[in-house]
Design a protein around this ligand. Structure first.
Ligand code: NCD
Length: 363
């Protein structure tokens, strides 16, 4: 069964195909309006959402299909203590494809292990958000015409911002892409993303002052400080206003800079920028619907054709390490075995298969 849990499950060729389909949908929406007649998408949202859930639902309606689901955990049997894989198995009986958002990292992956229908990760905790990345890629492609030779600044909460993680992983596969990581020390990228940049020798730098990098950026990806993921409210209060993009801060920016944001924004982009021709975030959210239409079509077709993704040949160990990430599924649901994968033989580095936290020697 083909799911979409991590953006790297799609090859760059498949991403190109999805973009082409999305472009065709934009040009000829009518020719897609019956493609999913009789099919059902279940949106299982255990965490708040506006754009992701509604764009998935609009996508399915525009393909001629139907939608069922819930938008709050309290409206599902999770509130009675049902585990995620039982919920997924249940919904497999009633729908053809699932889009799932969950605050616990690795939850959509665990659901996919027991599901008879494709599962799309619509955001798992502070970990990954592959369909936002597809949206971002379609936006970059439309704005820049290429994924190569770009300098991308990512600014704000790079630690908990799941869209940042998936976007860096996706863009790390294109030629001559440079990253400028703009955040306070406390909110820098997690180690599994850093490993990818380092192991692939991708040019990147860490800076604190947004204006220091402004002049070199082709894309500026602003993010919200992810209040709901902080250990304490004090820590959030201390960091919440770390970056606010104003017109003044754009004075050295390129004329063709693309300003992106997965939204929702709190205060990190001042409203006066909305009318600047470089602001792309409202287009970006519209594109989310088209690329999700393309993805739904692809996964339903893959299911019909009995396509599977070949499991990568990685060494795993069971119950040797215990995941230390408090947001990992292994620490939030009973009965999930601690499984770690070997990611670097030279340094003997293992990572949790659910949330990619590093296995610590003392575990
Ligand atoms: C993002 C998310 O949920 O991670 N929103 C979205 O899906 N468009 C970003 C955020 O919540 O800050």
């Amino acid at each position: 069964m083909r799911h979409l849990i991590d953006i790297l499950e799609l090859t760059t060729g498949e991403i190109e195909e999805l973009i082409n389909v999305a472009e065709d949908i934009i040009g000829n929406p009518k020719s897609y309006s019956e493609k999913c007649r009789g099919k059902k998408l279940a949106t299982l949202f255990f965490e708040p959402s506006t754009r992701t859930r509604l764009s998935f639902e609009a996508a399915m309606y525009e393909l001629g299909g139907n939608v069922l689901g819930f938008s709050e955990a309290k409206n599902s049997s999770a509130a009675k203590g049902e585990c995620i894989s039982d919920t997924a198995r249940t919904v497999s009986c009633y729908a053809d494809i699932i889009a799932m958002r969950h605050p616990v990292e690795g939850a959509p992956y665990v659901a996919s292990l027991k599901s008879d229908i494709p599962i799309i990760n619509a955001g798992d905790g502070g970990h990954n958000h592959p369909t936002q990345t597809l949206t971002d890629l379609l936006t970059i492609h439309r704005e820049k015409g290429t994924f190569e030779n770009l300098t991308i600044g990512l600014c704000g909460d790079l630690k908990y911002g799941r869209t940042v993680h998936s976007l860096i992983l996706a863009m790390s596969r294109y030629k001559n892409v440079k990253f400028v990581l703009i955040s306070p020390d406390e909110l820098t990228i997690p180690s599994y993303v850093k490993d990818v940049l380092e192991s692939k020798n991708i040019e990147h730098k860490y800076i604190k002052d947004l204006e220091d990098a402004m002049g070199e950026l082709d894309v500026l990806y602003m993010t919200r400080v992810q209040r709901e993921r902080f250990k304490t409210e004090e820590e959030y209060e201390r960091l919440k206003n770390c970056y606010i993009l104003t017109v003044d801060k754009l004075k050295n920016a390129k004329d063709d800079l693309s300003i992106m944001h997965p939204l929702p924004r709190v205060n990190e982009i001042s409203h006066e920028i909305d009318d600047d021709k470089r602001a792309c975030y409202f287009k970006q959210m519209l594109y989310g619907k088209y690329i999700r239409m393309a993805l739904i079509l692809k996964l339903l077709e893959a299911k019909e054709n009995g396509e599977v993704i070949k499991e990568k040949d990685v060494k795993t160990v069971k119950n040797v390490y215990k995941c230390k990430n408090r947001r990992c599924i292994t620490n939030n649901e009973e009965g999930i075995e601690n499984i770690f994968k070997l990611v670097d033989e030279k340094t003997d580095l293992y990572r949790c298969i659910y949330c990619e936290a590093r296995a610590k020697k003392d575990q």
